[in-house]
Design a protein around this ligand. Structure first.
Ligand code: G4P
Length: 525
């Protein structure tokens, strides 16, 4: 093993930020980037109001709706660590995209609005994190506003998400009454308005966990109340357990305010102490590939077309799992066995894209793609000859029939369709006999994005006819008898030519299962 490679890999910290829309994911990302010196001005990540260039808003639809549809990657250095942050779309309609992004990270940060607590989407995304078994760190945001009681929030977190929690700090007041945070982990108090006191942001605590000497805060009744609460939490709550954190069974909880940049730096520093470095990745055969393995390998977890409309480019995002990438290297694309030279590869440094010369396990690189890659593809060098585990797909629940409005636009219609399907933006099916196009999605917004992108990127107006909710179930091609198709289901093929039925509803599916007990009906995630 090369010592240099090990050193480089060990400083990588690669994580995703997840949250319900509006909890403050973009704001905190921006603050982290500011600390890392990756951006100079707030508003660079998402300039909703400032109108500045918004780098995680590639698409107009995101700006119009104020949601983040795509996920982007940002990298910066902080105190000797190389940090890779992967943004995820907050809206639940894009959870499949979030899921794939979570497959590419080693930890997740969950941002929660203290006024709202655990929202539906947080719950769903959290379950996805847990399935991955990665450490989850929680940031309870918007402390500068009146929110719910901290104890109440922790209780809800433990109950709804079924995970142990450990408060790394405790709020001293909230909203207008916010005085600071009692930092249990660092044994100090961080003041919200140091200028109100003697100007020092941090106040150290003695053995008993109290302020030594006479500090004006100690006279405040809120201080006494917080000491009591912290005592209670320490006695009745969980003990901090690093192994449990690493296994995703305990989440360290931080309170703060991203907007006013309070508690964010402490969060970042503590997070970087406990967030894991890159570790082994498992192949389909169950072989574990070490990040220190000299041969390069990685997998495509996202394909994004037209990130830069001026260039009409398409980028395949790869999580490097082992070894080192160097510009110009030849890799093998496992699915096809094809040898490809990686000449044009980018890395994302906040608001810029740069050509990468080299990158190591833990990093995310963007390969310019001329149509070679698909989501889930493994690439490698040397003798590795491996395939990483497949990226799970969600079973779509909503379906639409699609045609091009203008028959003369067939070529761009097919091209757009093929590319958006390869990106994983939408699922495509064809009816068995007539070959009509049916698209499937997990959420309604995916259709809107699809329609918008077909028009803007492929200049094709599409007509979509809603088919409503359907229950999709795959069957073994050998079990297929076309007589099974009835008025209660539609027989279609997916893009790999695998047959499936779109049942009208659960009832129709059960009726089918009763009638054909030997036919196994399979769903995705
Ligand atoms: P998201 O990416 O999770 O969707 O959330 P985002 O950061 O865009 O934040 C959502 C809204 O919450 C924004 O206000 C943002 O300014 C606000 N916000 C984020 N963190 C805090 C915080 O710590 N305290 C307070 N008080 N507000 C916070 P907006 O008015 O909806 O958006 P904008 O138009 O100002 O961008």
């Amino acid at each position: 093993m090369k010592t240099k490679l090990k050193e480089d890999v060990d400083i990588r910290r690669t994580f995703a930020i997840i949250s319900h829309p509006d909890a403050g994911k973009t704001t905190i990302t921006e603050k982290l980037l500011l600390f890392g010196g990756a951006i100079r001005n707030a508003g660079t990540v998402k300039g909703k109001k400032s109108g500045q260039f918004a780098k995680s808003d590639w698409m107009e639809i995101e700006k119009q709706r104020g949601i983040s549809v795509t996920s982007s990657v940002m990298q910066f250095d902080y105190e000797g660590k190389r940090v890779n942050i992967l943004d995820t779309p907050g809206h639940e309609d894009f959870s499949e995209d979030t899921y794939r992004t979570l497959m590419a990270v080693d930890a997740a940060v969950m941002v929660i609005d203290t006024a709202k607590g655990i929202e539906a989407q947080t719950k769903k995304l959290f379950q996805v994190c847990r399935m991955r078994g990665i450490p989850i760190f929680t940031f309870m945001n918007k402390l500068d506003r009146d929110g719910r009681e901290p104890l109440d929030l922790l209780e809800e977190l433990e109950e709804v998400l079924e995970i142990d929690s450990y408060p790394m700090n405790w709020p001293i007041g909230m909203g207008k009454g916010l005085e600071g945070i009692y930092d249990i982990f660092h044994h100090r108090i961080e003041l919200y308005h140091p200028e109100k006191y003697d100007g020092e942001r941090f106040v150290s605590l003695n053995e008993a966990g109290e302020i030594e000497g006479d500090h004006a805060l100690a006279q405040d009744s809120i201080y006494g109340q917080v000491l009591e609460e912290v005592e209670l939490v320490k006695e009745a709550g969980n003990q901090f357990d690093e192994e449990m954190v690493a296994a995703g069974k305990m989440t360290p909880v931080f309170f703060g305010s991203a907007l006013t940049n309070f508690g964010v730096q402490t969060f970042l520093e503590t997070f970087l102490t406990f967030a894991p470095k890159p570790s082994d990745h498992e192949t389909q055969e169950g072989q574990k590939v070490s990040p220190y393995e000299e041969d390069f390998s990685g997998f495509v977890f996202k394909i994004q077309a037209n990130m830069n409309p001026a260039h009409r480019d398409r980028i395949a995002f790869v999580r490097i799992c082992s070894g080192e990438f160097t510009r110009g290297m030849d890799i093998i694309l496992q699915r096809t066995g094809k040898k490809i030279k990686l000449a044009n590869v980018t890395q994302f440094m906040a608001d810029t894209r740069e050509n990468v010369e080299n990158a190591v396990a833990g990093d995310i690189i963007g390969l310019y793609d001329t149509g070679n890659y698909q989501i889930g593809d493994t690439i490698y060098t040397g003798k590795l000859n491996i395939a990483y585990q497949e990226l799970p797909q969600f079973t779509p629940e909503l379906f639409m029939k699609v045609t091009a409005k203008n028959v003369l636009k067939q070529k761009s219609f097919h091209k757009g369709m093929a590319q958006l399907v390869q990106e994983g933006a939408i699922q495509l099916y064809r009816t068995f006999h007539t070959g009509d196009y049916i698209i499937g999605a997990v959420g309604q917004l995916q259709f809107e994005v699809f329609q918008h992108r077909m028009l803007n990127e492929y200049h094709t107006e599409v007509i979509m006819t809603a088919m409503g909710n359907k229950t999709a179930r795959w069957i073994d091609p050998e079990d297929l008898d076309e007589k099974m198709s009835s008025s209660r289901n539609i027989l279609v093929k997916d893009r790999f030519d695998q047959p499936l039925f779109l049942f009208e509803n659960q009832f129709a599916m059960r009726w089918f299962a009763d009638k054909y007990p030997d036919v196994e009906l399979k769903s995705l995630l």
